[in-house]
Design a protein around this ligand. Structure first.
Ligand SMILES: *Cc1c(COP(=O)(O)O)cnc(C)c1O
Length: 429
């Protein structure tokens, strides 16, 4: 017999991200979202500090994004991409090639961020097959996060992603010590020693280095010195190893640059984009590479790149992504993100003086509070909801990644709620 009460049904039958069916975390039912506000079924309205995991950069229920989807659905919601094409995919790829570095000009459209990582890794492997070299290892960083599918997991931080659990099944890769030098700190060359050692030692086996530029996201919200990424690029050139840059979290203005790798003045060999690509409306990602890599892949096997998901290049997702990029251009994201950053420095940074706080990290529209003690997620979530804000911490981290359109008083309210939450002992384990 199915449970009548929707909340209980959800708890007994539906998995949420990283959750238990047996002992689920509390969930809040959203009935409507508009701008920077989420409306719950109990009538409460929350100011959103998460952009639904960095995706809804222009806020929810955006009229222009909605219209783009409506226009597309009148023509067709989907057609297979094998043997067929359509103007929405073509327009999107034109735009992506236009806004990314010149050498990146061949695109594979994917269903999600994790899949775009799978695709990037497969590209690297096929590239070396094309060059008749046996290279099957990847070099990643500690604290990295690249997704939850198996190849992606194999390049995530071994502890965070519980590689022990998958031992014998998961491919083993190399992990360099993560950069310790913060974004604003003086660069110390020591930070790069481990990476330099590993790439020098293993380069003949390495298909690629894979890295999140400047901000390591879900693996710890660490914001590191641009010099590190610059050296990664230099060493990849020196040892002839491909560089995959995972801009899924950081892309489209979040860090104050359109792409975070611009802080290091480098160009990737393979670039992964996702999350904000459709403005938080639909799932879509893209993997972009150079002509040279694409051509070499073609030499590897039957002239083909061996990937082709059913919903590849979904017209609705592509159409809304095009409009999302249009809005990004006329909304003046540089000022929006700049203002958020200014406000974070002014109002969030002072929290550094709190006994409960070990570090504050800010870059662009990202504000991170690292606490001294582990957070009781269910308790603090409830606390935030009672305050009228939507902030979802993990581990020891409370972070804000609001929609770019957030108003000053809304961001202020988010920050104030964090101040209150930090001083409330029951929010900690
Ligand atoms: C979210 C994320 C992914 C995975 O994307 P999904 O769409 O969740 O599969 C990969 N890399 C980074 C850096 C991410 O933040």
């Amino acid at each position: 017999m199915l449970i009548k009460n929707n909340y209980n049904f959800d708890r007994q039958h539906i998995w949420h991200p990283y959750s238990s069916i047996k002992k689920p975390f509390p969930c809040y039912q959203v009935i409507k979202a508009k701008g920077c506000k989420l409306k719950l079924n109990n009538g409460k309205t929350l100011i959103d500090g998460m952009s639904s995991w960095l995706s809804a950069i222009h806020g929810y229920n955006h009229p222009r994004l909605n219209l783009a989807i409506k226009k597309q659905i009148k023509k067709m919601s989907h057609v297979m991409f094998g043997g067929l094409t359509h103007i929405s995919a073509i327009s999107l790829c034109r735009k992506l090639i236009e806004i990314t570095p010149l050498p990146l000009e061949c695109i594979f459209l994917c269903d999600s961020g994790s899949v775009s990582i799978e695709v990037s890794m497969k590209m690297a492997l096929q590239y070396w097959l094309g060059r008749k070299e046996n290279r099957q290892k990847f070099l990643a960083l500690q604290y990295s996060y690249h997704g939850d599918t198996f190849a992606a997991m194999s390049v995530c931080d071994p502890k965070n992603s519980m590689h022990n659990l998958w031992k014998g099944y998961l491919t083993e890769n190399y992990f360099a010590e993560a950069p310790k030098c913060g974004f604003y700190e003086n660069w110390s060359i020591k930070d790069f020693d481990d990476f330099a050692y590993l790439i020098e030692k293993h380069h003949k086996k390495l298909a690629a280095v894979i890295i999140e530029p400047i901000v390591q996201g879900a693996g710890g919200m660490r914001i590191y010195n641009p010099k590190y990424l610059q050296l990664v690029r230099e060493y990849c050139n020196l040892y002839d190893v491909l560089l995959i840059v995972d801009e899924i979290a950081t892309g489209f203005g979040r860090t104050g640059k359109l792409f975070a790798f611009e802080y290091s003045d480098i160009e990737p060999d393979i670039l992964c984009l996702g999350k904000a690509l459709t403005g938080g409306t639909m799932t879509l990602a893209a993997t972009i590479t150079t002509r040279e890599i694409a051509d070499t892949i073609s030499n590897s096997y039957a002239n083909c790149f061996m990937h082709g998901p059913t919903f590849m290049g979904n017209p609705m997702a592509c159409a809304v992504a095009v409009e999302n990029l249009n809005i990004l251009q006329n909304n003046d994201w540089v000022h929006q993100v700049g203002n958020i950053e200014k406000q974070l420095f002014k109002f969030l940074l002072p929290l550094k003086n709190s006994q409960q706080v070990s570090d504050i990290r800010i870059l662009g529209a990202i504000g991170v509070v690292e606490t001294n003690r582990s957070i009781d997620i269910a308790a603090i979530q409830n606390f935030f909801v009672r305050q009228g804000v939507w902030i979802r911490p993990f581990g020891k981290l409370i972070y804000l990644v609001p929609p770019y359109i957030i108003k000053e008083h809304e961001l202020k309210k988010l920050i104030e709620s964090i101040f209150l939450a930090i001083e409330y002992p029951l929010n900690f384990l």
